[in-house]
Design a protein around this ligand. Sequence first.
Ligand SMILES: *Cc1c(COP(=O)(O)O)cnc(C)c1O
Length: 377
Amino acid sequence: MKDIQMVDLNAQYRKLSAEIDDAIKSVLNSAAFIKGQEVRKFEEELQKYLACRNVISCANGTDALQIAMMALGLKPGDEVITTNFTFIATVEVVALLGLKLVLVDPEPGTFNISVEAVRKAITQRTKAIVPVHLFGQCADMDEILEIAREKNLYVIEDAAQATGAEYTFSEGVRKKAGTMGTVGTTSFFPSKNLGCYGDGGALFTNDDELAQKIRSISNHGMKERYHYDDIGVNSRLDTIQAAILLVKLRHLDQFNTSRGKLAAEYDEAFAACPGIEVPARTGRSTHIFHQYTIKVKDGRRDALRKYLESARIPSMVYYPGPLHMQKAYRYLGYGENDFPVTSGLCREVLSLPMHPDMEKEQADYIIQNVLKFFEKG
Ligand SMILES: *Cc1c(COP(=O)(O)O)cnc(C)c1O
């Protein structure tokens, strides 16, 4: 059996190498490494795929979040509400721009931001909500957009882990992750569901005026050559990455389907295992399993992880420490016990290997070992 990996980028490359090598060579021959035609082409293809009016690529998913907040004109002191259970990038940009970071707990089942907690956190100074579609499943966008309408707030969707996930609104309309709010952001970091071979990111919006602003800000604030209307940043997707993404986008739905099949196998195998809670589904969103994350009961998470490690099965804890307790964020003044859901999840969650190229033999071996750990008690 081949070594099991959390994400097997090598196996994926071997399958796509002919297409990818051609795509890269074509950029090398054109020598248009920045703003080559593949960049615009990829934006257009992604626009079509997402059924979104505007896609603006940039250098990475963290920049995408920052550019979104700059383009919306958020000012120091404006309050931005987001979940405490996310990757650091989501909160980092809020802090970096001098905005006031307001953290809230997620739902314990779906891991996504609690709309009840969002409602409680709103003040006169709240300007935006940043739902994160964590692990590949959309947050409760019916409720979040309703709150935003009521309170006149921006919604910035962090869709870095959910490119391709689809949400069905209560009235039946279906939309892709990142295209429902004021603006959506994603990352093409290699291990994401749609990943390139370096760094990359993008913003999505149906607001054409906002799209123009985003384009300007991501390119030094330049309106036309050497005329600057905004203070901007230098954040571009390079042409080689765009060419790779053009290839991979064509396979994205199939990759996500493969992830879903593996998740269903895990679900079925663990359903009757009392020590494990399998990931809850919201019922409104497809789940594209950026991560397959179980909860391990009775304080046995770390023991399971060690056991798997000894069987050469990798696993990861996303996320091990609540953000409000990180040294850099102590200035926010939160107390250790302010986020009981987040703190509980940090002790219980464990993500198992999940990628589209998992072989049957490997999946069976993972499942058998997880079950063996609980059988031996
Ligand atoms: C990966 C990720 C980001 C940041 O993306 P980068 O491209 O690594 O900058 C932001 N938010 C979430 C939730 C992520 O998982």
